[in-house]
Design a protein around this ligand. Structure first.
Ligand SMILES: Cc1cc2nc3c(=O)[nH]c(=O)nc-3n(C[C@H](O)[C@H](O)[C@H](O)COP(=O)(O)O)c2cc1C
Length: 346
């Protein structure tokens, strides 16, 4: 009984609330896209464990393109067999399952959980974005996350062209829908700082740094190219940590940290750098979705130990050493670390 009262008191003392994309969240711990967020039972478990919001897995442009091709085939078939009219309609519906299933998932997720549901689109075609973002909005999504997952592999497309294409797409889309749009980027833009500022100018309500690319590997025995989906480790947090610290003071929009968030201590680091939320996928795939509760406990314990009473109070407080002169910070630390490393190993 006393323990329960103490725990409640403890909870009362620590204010984890944060704002992301204009949404009020109970804590900065968000479940990022992955197979676990596409399952209604797991969404309920995530909410019970304390996840402040969930990002659904992406609807991929290729899935939808597949749908469109399938619908065309179905229509051809109907025409060829003369089976048009009312009798032909279910055939088309059946073939069009990808996008329909996704919209049904958004609706079901909204009906099942009270926490915000962020839908996700992965593609770079504006027609696709406009059409599906509107549908996601009418299905009840609280926000849309655009996953700009593309490999800049065309030698004649410069970084300037590619980045302005991407920001142009974001501008058209944010004009068109009224729910907030977050853009999830890879760390492979040649000038992350200018690109992220341009995303904000284009109307994005937030940026998620960073997505992970799944690099293919070679199997030397079979000489096949094997796709390897490897989960992250806490080491991977260093990249978003650095860029969030650099970008915080340049941005009024929200920042989500993604890649390498495995514990409540990692959440604390992300917030100290300036993130509004810290997102986890690998940690939840590895430990189960109930791990969100452990992460929250770790965050609370650390804040209490540090006598920090709110997430608002700690956000961005460690960005300065990294952001003041990032280039000099980077070089000084690099040189210092190299020296320390050779001493340790000699
Ligand atoms: C199995 C798997 C599936 C994923 N699916 C998606 C997806 O559909 N859309 C998306 O934007 N990110 C997807 N991601 C990326 C994660 O949302 C996240 O950005 C990335 O894994 C880095 O975070 P982490 O270190 O917490 O895993 C996926 C990641 C994994 C491991």
């Amino acid at each position: 009984m006393f323990a329960a009262v103490r725990a409640a008191h403890h909870r009362g003392m620590t204010d984890l609330r944060t704002n992301y994309l204009g949404l009020s969240l109970r804590s900065p711990i968000v479940a990022s896209a992955g197979p676990h967020t596409g399952d209604l039972d797991l969404l309920l478990e995530l909410e019970r464990a304390g996840a402040a919001a969930i990002v659904l897995p992406s609807l991929f442009e290729e899935q939808v393109e597949g749908d469109v091709a399938a619908v065309d085939r179905a229509l051809d078939e109907q025409l060829a067999t003369g089976n048009g009219g009312a009798a032909g309609v279910p055939l088309v519906d059946e073939y069009n399952a990808g996008a329909d299933d996704y919209l049904a998932l958004v609706e079901a997720a909204k009906a099942s959980v009270d926490i915000p549901v962020i839908a996700s689109l992965n593609g770079t075609n504006i027609g696709y974005w406009l059409r599906y973002a509107r549908l996601l909005e009418s299905a009840g999504a609280d926000a849309v996350e655009l996953n700009l997952y593309s490999v800049a592999a065309d030698p004649i497309v410069s970084s300037v062209t590619l980045e302005s294409e991407h920001t142009g797409l974001v501008a058209v889309l944010t004009d068109d829908i009224s729910i907030p749009v977050a853009v999830k980027i890879s760390p492979f833009y040649s000038s992350i700082a200018s690109f992220v500022v341009a995303l904000q100018a284009a109307g994005a309500a937030g940026v998620v740094m960073f997505n992970r690319f799944y690099m293919p590997d070679f199997d030397l025995d079979t000489r096949a190219v094997v796709p390897r989906i490897s989960l992250s480790t806490p080491e991977d947090l260093r990249l978003p940590l650095r860029w969030i610290a650099i970008m915080r003071e340049h941005l009024a929009m929200s920042i989500g940290a993604s890649s390498g968030v495995h514990s409540g201590f990692d959440v604390a680091k992300a917030v100290l750098a300036g993130a509004d939320v810290a997102m986890a996928t690998s940690a939840l795939l590895r430990n189960g979705v109930g791990h969100v509760a452990t992460m929250e406990e770790q965050l609370r314990d650390w804040m209490k130990e540090q006598q920090i009473t709110s997430v608002d109070e700690m956000r961005g407080t460690m960005r300065r050493p990294v952001a003041a002169d990032p280039a000099a910070f980077e070089r000084a630390n690099y040189i210092g670390n190299l020296a320390a490393y050779s001493l340790r190993t000699s």
